[in-house]
Design a protein around this ligand. Structure first.
Ligand code: S3P
Length: 424
């Protein structure tokens, strides 16, 4: 993929449904009795992996345009799959489904691509074992073999804040005898706890502790999924860093556990407005962003969990601003789809930015002119999109290798980027 400097970036966008939300809607829909209808379903390859795995578990999934109908079987209606469940590149698919499968009266193997098979899964295996399932990993990595069982509740404190693991425990808790409580060291995205009541499942929230009980019946839901706010981050940054630029994103998810990056960008000097139009079960509204003079900030460790997916986009904003931008306490970035500290630092450095890596973060000195170069996304969708946005501000041509992986979360990305660059 070849990218050139963009004189400006302008446009109004509506994005496919939020990836995090659509995984959960599909899984909870499968566990409900009857049809769950999800409008504007995510086009992300990751969410297709979830739908495919559900189909292999005997769930009927159909599509009409961008809408997906999941014909729920109830927790007791899932069937043993014909072979290993392929989660592709999707950590969410693998970890969340592990929670469902732990309570099933059959064995399953969950696997994925090369990148997924390098990612840590003991964090999800351990609580599921404590609840009574037999779970084995390959030295802490997928494939994950799950021999389901009649589960019992646990009181589990996560070592690392992870919405995927929290979700897995709650999904197992739905099928367990006795209460299941999950506690997080720091807050992570809260979609599961927002959606469960919408599916008719009571959930108790006491500070950072969430408690759920066995539920025989979930009721189906109809919802138009709001646009993916993590995808929006790349378009927002593109508008901030180019002259004479403006974007508006309509019908986008504005859940505060996902929009922390907007607060960071504002603290960096960004001109961003948002408007809330819907509040339940998820906040939805619009975002507008305009050309801004940006400066670096220091991101403290406790802020990291709610920014984790947007740190690559924020680094690009910082590279195009002035002063120091530092991130600490983000060692989780090293076990994402790639080692994002290493791949981001390499790509931005090649484009001319000054980046210093730490074991748990990085420091970037802004203000250096970027120039086109050959960079690689290393098969990581968010690195591909971050480097592509940086290329818009780089002088001359950038060759982005392995750019195709953007479709893992945002297949329309390059088309939308093109639209923004040619927008008037
Ligand atoms: C997600 C949680 C985060 C995030 C991922 C999506 C989710 O992962 O990075 O892109 O939908 O729950 P962790 O749970 O590993 O932090």
């Amino acid at each position: 993929m070849r990218l050139s400097t963009a004189p400006r970036f302008r446009g109004r966008f509506t994005l496919p449904g939020d990836k995090s939300l659509c995984h959960r809607l599909a899984i909870l829909g499968a566990l409900a009795e009857g049809d769950t209808l999800i409008g504007n379903f995510s086009t992300a390859a990751d969410c297709q992996s979830t739908l495919h795995c559900l189909t292999l578990l005997g769930v009927d999934v159909s599509r009409e345009g961008s809408a997906v109908a999941v014909q729920g079987t109830g927790p007791a209606g899932l069937k043993p799959p014909p072979g290993p469940l392929p989660a592709g590149n999707s950590g969410s698919t693998l970890r969340m489904l592990a929670g469902v499968l732990a309570g099933q009266p059959f064995s399953t193997v969950l696997t994925g691509d090369e990148s997924l098979c390098r990612r840590p899964v003991e964090r999800v295996a351990q609580p599921l074992r404590a609840m009574g399932a037999l779970v084995t990993t390959v030295e802490g990595h997928p494939p994950l073999t799950i021999v389901g069982n009649r589960l019992h509740g646990v009181d589990w404190t996560l070592e690392v804040a992870s919405a995927q693991v929290k979700t897995a425990i709650l999904l197992a808790g739905l099928q367990a005898d006795g209460p299941t409580t999950v506690r997080e060291p720091q807050r992570s995205r809260d979609h599961t706890e927002r959606l469960l009541p919408a599916f008719g499942v009571p959930i108790e929230v006491a500070g950072s502790a969430l408690t759920i009980r066995r539920q025989e019946e979930l009721r189906p839901l109809a919802l138009r999924a709001p646009g993916d706010v993590s995808s929006a981050a790349f378009l927002v940054v593109a508008a901030l860093i180019r002259p004479d630029s403006f974007v508006r994103i309509d019908h986008v998810l504005l859940n505060p556990t996902r929009t922390a990056f907007l607060d960071v960008l504002r603290a960096m000097g960004a001109d961003i407005q948002t408007g809330l139009q819907v509040t339940a079960p998820e906040p939805v509204g619009w975002i507008e962003a305009r050309t801004s003079r940006l400066h670096g900030v220091a991101i403290a460790p406790e802020k990291v969990p709610l920014l984790i997916d947007e740190l690559p986009a924020l680094a690009v904003a910082a590279a195009c601003g002035e002063g120091d931008f530092t991130v600490q306490g983000a060692e989780e970035l090293r076990v994402k789809e790639s080692d994002r500290i290493a791949t981001l630092a390499e790509g931005l450095r090649k484009l001319g930015a000054a980046v210093e890596e730490f074991p748990d973060g990085f420091a970037l000195v802004g203000g250096r002119p970027l120039r086109g170069a050959t960079v690689s996304a290393y098969g990581d969708h968010r690195i591909a999109m971050a480097l592509a946005v940086a290329a818009l501000a780089a002088e001359g041509e950038t060759r982005l290798e392995e750019a195709i992986c953007a479709s893992v979360s945002f297949p329309e990305f390059f088309r939308f980027l093109e639209r923004g660059v040619s927008g008037s």
